[in-house]
Design a protein around this ligand. Structure first.
Ligand SMILES: C[S@@+](CC[C@H](N)C(=O)[O-])C[C@H]1O[C@@H](n2cnc3c(N)ncnc32)[C@H](O)[C@@H]1O
Length: 271
């Protein structure tokens, strides 16, 4: 495993412990009432009806969305995450809800045989995913190999253009802080977690910028056909300090601060 990915793994193991108890994921609330965390309108629109669909969820973290998809009617649901602590946490929540969802610990760019090939109608990943991956060719190959013929991959994530802007700015105007085309990882020292900035935790993190053409190119290169590509003026988490949350739970730029794409979705099918 490359050094930066190993550092990220340590980070995610640590963050998992914070996320299991904090308000952000509200695990106890979810276990008490799994309908308390409905999917946002973009996710619902992109995924459509998942009833009866065999579903693989990549980078499943503590499994809240994975379990939500099983509750929405998906079958043979499997979540994959490289963090052993996240997988253990997801398994414990699945047990408490008595849901037959399998969680596998693996790097999404190198899936093991326990994630069967050509076995899924839907492969899904969302909200904070490919920024953790150094390259997308292996990722796309894994996705294509796990889709059944006619199956569809969906990704919903922060727009690569948004990743250019300095997220340490507390106020407008937008300031370009990061490169678009660089393949080198960006290094940060994380204090607390995105879910709880006050948590007593410090760790290194490495992000990779992936351009829109790199994402599309990797999926086309793996033999998938692009079905749709959409851009949105909303994003699922507060990427910039001065974003405002709407009634739909998604975050927007305040009026006059920049009419820029904040999120994208892409669906690609296996012929
Ligand atoms: C922000 S979370 C994704 C949110 C998730 N979709 C959810 O339902 O909550 C990112 C996840 O990616 C995982 N991750 C990061 N790099 C990975 C890799 N190379 N392979 C597998 N999982 C990875 C982390 O452990 C973490 O759980």
């Amino acid at each position: 495993m490359r050094e930066e990915v190993a550092a990220n793994l340590k980070l995610w193991d640590g963050w998992t412990d914070i996320h299991m108890t904090g308000e952000f994921y509200d695990v106890e609330g979810f276990v008490a009432d799994p309908t308390s965390r409905p999917f946002d309108w973009v996710t619902r629109g992109v995924l459509g009806d998942v009833t009866g669909k065999r579903l693989l969820h990549l980078q499943s973290h503590i499994g809240i969305d994975t379990l939500g998809l099983a509750l929405a009617g998906a079958v043979n649901v499997m979540g994959v995450d490289f963090s052993p602590r996240a997988v253990a946490a997801a398994q414990s929540i699945a047990r408490r809800l008595n849901l037959p969802v399998q969680f596998v610990q693996a790097d999404v760019t190198d899936l093991p045989d326990t994630v069967p090939e050509a076995a899924f109608d839907i492969v899904f990943t969302s909200h904070g995913t490919i920024m953790w991956l150094p390259e997308l060719e292996g990722w796309a190959r894994m996705i294509a190999s796990r889709l059944a013929p006619g199956g569809v991959f969906h990704i919903i994530d922060a727009h690569p253009f948004l990743a250019l802007f300095d997220d340490s700015c507390e106020e407008p105007p937008l300031k370009v802080g990061y490169p678009y085309f660089s393949r080198e990882p960006l290094y940060f020292q994380e204090h607390g977690s995105y879910a709880d900035r006050t948590a007593d935790f410090v760790a290194d993190s490495y992000f990779w910028q992936h351009t829109l053409s790199e994402i599309v190119g990797a999926l086309l290169g793996a033999g998938l056909r692009i079905q749709q590509l959409s851009e949105y003026p909303v994003v699922a988490w507060k990427v910039l300090e001065f974003m405002e949350q709407d009634d739909d739970g998604l975050w927007r730029m305040p009026p006059g601060t920049g009419d820029i794409p904040l999120m994208f979705s892409l669906s690609a099918s296996r012929p």
